[in-house]
Design a protein around this ligand. Sequence first.
Ligand SMILES: Nc1nc2c(c(=O)[nH]1)N[C@H]1C(S)=C(S)[C@@H](COP(=O)(O)O)O[C@H]1N2
Ligand SMILES: [Mo]
Length: 515
Amino acid sequence: MTAAALRASFRAAATGVLAVGAGLAAGQLVAAVRDPATAPILAVGSTVIDHTPTALKDWAIRQFGTHDKLVLLSSIAVAVLALAVTSGLIATRSLTAGIAAQATMLAVAGYAVLTRPFATVTDLAPTAAAGAVSILVLLALHRIDRPPSDRRSPQQEARAGVGRRDFVLASGVSATMTAAGFVGADRLAARRSAIDVRLPEAADPAPPLPRGIDRLVPGVTPLRTPNGTFYRVDTELTVPAVDASDWSLRIDGDVENPYSLSYSELLGRPLVERNITITCVSNEIGGGYAGGATWRGVLTRDLLAAARVKDPGRPDLQVLSTSTDGFTISTPLEALTDDRDAILAVGMNGAPLPRSHGFPARLVTPGLYGMLGCTKWVTRLTVTTYAARKAYWTQRGWTTTGEIKPTARIDVPRSFASVQRGRVLIGGTAWAQRRGVVRVQVSVDNGPWEDASMGPDVNIDYWRQWYFVWADAAAGQHSVRARVVYGHDQLQTSKRAGVFPNGSSGVEERFFVVR
Ligand SMILES: Nc1nc2c(c(=O)[nH]1)N[C@H]1C(S)=C(S)[C@@H](COP(=O)(O)O)O[C@H]1N2
Ligand SMILES: [Mo]
């Protein structure tokens, strides 16, 4: 390839990328006005997530943890980039074919948008804007790059250098507007998502959390997880921006009295507060997918009592909860009506729920993994049977009954940390929801199990901090294991299990070095 041909290909590729980039920025901007989740890239990403086999999803979560979505979006971005380059190169051969290539990408995005749960035709607006802008930019840059041959007079050929400058200028303008579009869309979405509500105080408040031992033992997880650092697990690519004034909760299914509740009606009900530690079924032994908070809301027991469940003694009854995006969770009816005080929460640690944790309302069910009782952005509670309806993760083979497995977690020393010889502080948290943590036992270098010192006992559904002083640590590599004793002197199982299908088990072992 000659240098000139190479430069021409480069300009063609750049044309494709600039056009698609400008289109995506336009899509982002239009989506930000209505609903950020309808942006074409996000719709495609969400569709890919929903069609990913469980095994692959599992692998991705294991490999990338909470970065799994970033990895997914980056992969899609790389694919789009490749397609954009291709469309630019095709356009130099045949402009019509180049436009057709972009239109095909558009059609795929449009299909993804329309097949999202609850999608409406107006959700196509961002994709349509993206398509219009990308094709217009493609046409404009293509024209500047290679003026139509009938206009290519000898003088114009001579002024090819000027044409090249025009192309660079036009590219710069396009790239700048694209960047401005992305930034603007981001600002717009952020402004839209500020939460401006004041929650009424709870008529039945939770006891204030005692002081934890995390001041005493640096590195131990605080007793209360701040909202900003609380783990987040969901299938969403962008946090749903639900408007409290548009939101309502529908309670229906096998009930005598189906009804709906607006946000202000919900806040008008007597609110309770409970301290509850929730945990994700995808938490590996020693993992961070657990958090403790004070949840404020309405008891689901009361909400369901007002709906009057038909024949509530029947076996197999579940409540299928649905969130704004169509995601569903199955919770045994019993867990939402017994005295464990499951909550339809509106508040978290004294503040309205953050959007990432389910604003305006979510379920919090003590004792069950998040995917069984913690539906965020919940809009519907349908009383039905497990035979009749299957929830999102049920369809993918996960448990419908799994209770949270009791476990002790080591927070310090960190894995492969190097610590001073002498007195080594070992510490962590332990949870055994519905049973209660009795104590934690520690074994150093596979020695005998010894009781750790325990932090305050908040309640059976809350985690408990612990620490152990290893008084005479000698230089070298060491290991520590920790296990929880819960309920009535039951011992945490040492049997190893992966997270699928009903949560990990096994005793954590950690290695560290004493200097
Ligand atoms: N709408 C919706 N709710 C959801 C999920 C989800 O994917 N979508 N994930 C569940 C899972 S798997 C867990 S562990 C908890 C996590 O709640 P958090 O993100 O507030 O910590 O939310 C649950 N609620
Ligand atoms: Mo989860």
